[in-house]
Design a binder for this molecule. Structure first.
Ligand code: LLP
Length: 434
């Protein structure tokens, strides 16, 4: 796991900071993000576009993976664009001073208010999901006397959500319009006739945590072929192709992710090849990595409260967080690698289940994982928690969300403060007649 090492004190270190000291200083649970790794991941994608596609494209960071003002600032500095899916993500980007022309507004059910907000703030593109949204954008853009640039989301018929990706049968999805039943063609005709809409491209996203290159290549092929079909049938030249995110990362030793460079190479070469055979001009490519940019940069630190050894059954190590800061086991049976931050080199001689403190049996962080002998007071570090942890955290049992610390070259800076009890009751009201 990149960025981690054991220091002279025998403690786990991230970004040059001692994790035991971080746990003391900020308390636990605590999310820690390594700034260098985040920036290196951004650069890996960008450099690959330069190398394989002459830089004719843009990396959009899928902010749903981890969205705060500081992270938006980093993405801005790295020259990335941003994928937002809600008014809340858009607002975060705006408050961070993110240039709105580099924002792509996604979402399968944008509200009227969100559409209005996107138009008022001048987002670069709307990625339109369906015809109702198209009509709503046209109407609001007309009221404001504006012309809005859009891409629209297509179901390419490739679903890579499972380990074995499937090539058809993805019509049953709430996202986007289908290709095979002519829905996408009808959409193009409709959009082309609208006065306040400028149709510039198409988008697809085939899944997340994907370990193979082939489905990405296939999706690129399907999409460029569709762009050629649109030209032949309607005489419309689409100039942008957004192929979504989905590159997988290593959570445990079992995972063997693809290199970011190879992902960009695959889509770049496929797009170039089909553009040549179909005699299409140059198409601007976009990709939307979320997890692969931030997940490997993050760890979560917890303090062990009690260890319950149910003889012959299971040993539970209970920590001071849980599904409220990381619901991924509860949702997906996700697997993680854990170690003891205060003694990372101790041999992993036991099999334990790391459980949280929520009132729910499914509140587990890692089931039946190898750990050293663990005692109350030990600091557990769970690795690769930089994506879809803080962003999916919740207040079940009225547990406050942990803070986030950004580390770099031995410096630690708080980028999200810990939720307090007063934060928890902030929106509560007691009516006068109670
Ligand atoms: N673009 C679109 C349109 C997406 O729907 C997503 C993720 C991404 C980009 C970024 O995908 P990534 O590079 O992060 O795989 N909560 C789940 C993951 C949900 C992903 C949803 N869409 C998890 O914790 O595994």
């Amino acid at each position: 796991f990149a960025g981690l090492r054991v220091n002279e004190a025998g403690h786990l270190e991230i970004g040059g900071c001692d994790t035991v000291e971080l746990a003391e200083k900020y308390g636990t649970p605590l999310y820690v993000m390594d700034e260098t790794i985040i920036r290196n991941n951004c650069r890996a994608y960008k450099e690959a576009i330069n190398k394989y596609y002459d830089g004719y494209g843009m990396v959009l960071y899928a902010s749903k993976a981890f969205c705060t003002t500081a992270i938006c600032r980093i993405m801005e500095q790295e020259g990335l664009g941003l994928d937002v899916v809600s008014g809340g993500e858009l607002y975060t980007a705006i408050k961070a001073g993110f240039p709105t022309e580099r924002i792509y507004f996604h979402g399968n059910n944008k509200t009227i208010d969100e559409i209005r907000m996107g138009i008022e703030y001048n987002v670069g593109r709307f990625v339109v999901d369906n015809e109702t949204e198209l009509l709503n954008i046209e109407k609001i853009a007309a009221e404001k006397n504006r012309k809005v640039k859009i891409l629209f989301r297509v179901k390419p018929g490739i679903d890579a959500h499972t380990h074995q990706f499937i090539k058809t049968g993805q019509i049953d999805s709430k996202f986007g319009v289908a290709l095979e039943n002519g829905e996408a063609h009808a959409f193009v005709e409709k959009a082309a006739g609208m006065e306040h809409i400028e149709l510039v491209g198409v988008h697809c996203h085939i899944g997340s945590q994907i370990f193979e290159l082939e489905p990405f290549g296939l999706a690129a092929e399907v999409m460029v072929n569709f762009i050629a079909e649109i030209r032949d049938r309607f005489g419309i030249q689409l100039s942008e192709l957004n192929l979504g995110g989905g590159v997988g990362i290593k959570y445990t030793e079992k995972d063997s992710p693809i290199e970011y460079d190879r992902f960009v190479e695959t889509i770049s070469k496929t797009v170039k090849r089909i553009c040549n055979t179909k005699k299409l001009g140059r198409i601007y490519i976009l990709m939307e990595p979320g997890r692969s940019i931030v997940a490997p940069a993050g760890i979560t630190l917890y303090r062990v409260g009690n260890v319950k050894d149910i003889k012959g059954v299971r040993k539970y190590v209970s920590v001071d967080g849980g599904m409220s800061d990381n619901p991924r086991y509860a949702l997906y049976n996700a697997e993680y690698t854990a170690l003891l931050a205060n003694k990372p080199d101790s041999p992993k001689t036991e099999t334990v289940t790391i459980a949280g403190k929520c009132c729910e049996s499914g509140d587990i962080i890692a089931k039946d994982v190898k750990m050293p002998v663990t005692e109350p007071g030990d600091i557990v570090a769970v690795l690769a928690t930089g994506a879809y942890n803080y962003s999916m955290a919740m207040n079940y049992n009225r547990i406050g969300k942990p803070p986030v610390v950004l580390v770099k070259d031995g410096k630690d800076r708080l980028i999200v403060r810990r939720e307090t009890y007063d934060d928890i009751i902030r929106h509560d009201l007691i009516p006068d007649d109670l």
